[in-house]
Design a protein around this ligand. Structure first.
Ligand code: PRP
Ligand code: HPA
Ligand code: MG
Length: 205
């Protein structure tokens, strides 16, 4: 099943509302807007978790494969919102480094610790931008003999996707702009923000 996606609510200046406060700030001058505040993220994650649970009536718990580092915040909230048992695995892949567009070359920095043969896998991704990472991952994991692979992604940029991939559960379709926070980085910074914001262009142009 494919879940409905929502567009983010209107943008706000960083630090302008209580729902994004509590951030390790000092970042405010570097962001141009808050795109999705923390409360909106949590409400959407609860919806995604309910949709996934409704589709997974299994004797064996699904294996959540978190794609590090970007999906770290998402998987921890998602797993706790999921009303069915699940197991967690971590894989670290990278293709962006310190750039704002994909190098197109996906490298494994840390592989799964377990055999996934016969398991029902749910890939947990923070963002589908060009789609190259997910497309590569789907092919890579498919060679390992899982029973099924589903994908849950918090964010997707429909205008940027270059490959035809089916995504089962998507949180928000967002504009084709570089976002940070809630696990997403620019050159390893901003992952610690509790909301998704737009990085000011002066920070990378
Ligand atoms: O659809 P794509 O264009 O492939 O982009 C999506 C991927 O890019 C980012 O990872 P990154 O390479 O930045 O590694 P990171 O998660 O460690 O930051 C992000 O976390 C996704 O995994
Ligand atoms: O917009 C983005 N921000 C951070 N990391 C990313 N990786 C792909 N797209 C993005
Ligand atoms: Mg990154």
């Amino acid at each position: 099943m494919t879940t409905a996606v929502s567009a983010p609510a209107e943008r706000r200046a960083p630090g302008s509302d209580a729902t994004d406060s509590g951030a390790p700030h000092g970042y405010a001058d570097e962001l141009s807007a808050v795109l999705i505040d923390g409360a909106t993220l949590q409400a959407k994650i609860a919806e995604l978790a309910a949709a996934v649970a409704a589709d997974h009536h299994l004797d064996t718990p699904p294996l959540l494969v978190c794609v590090l580092k970007g999906a770290v915040m998402f998987v921890t909230d998602f797993a706790r919102a999921l009303p069915i048992p699940a197991e967690l695995e971590f894989m670290a892949v990278t293709s962006y480094g310190s750039a704002t567009s994909s190098s197109g070359v996906v490298r494994i920095l840390k592989d799964l610790d377990r055999d996934i043969t016969g398991r029902r896998v749910i890939i947990v991704e923070d963002i589908i931008d060009s789609g190259l990472t997910l497309s590569w991952l789907l092919k890579n994991l498919a060679t390992r003999g899982p029973a099924a692979i589903d994908v849950v992604a918090l964010l997707r940029k429909p205008e940027a996707v270059k490959v035809d991939i089916e995504v089962d559960y998507v949180g928000f379709d967002i504009p084709n702009e570089f976002v940070v926070g809630y696990g997403l980085d620019y050159d390893e910074r901003y992952r610690d923000l509790p909301f998704v914001g737009l990085l000011g262009e002066h920070m990378y142009r």
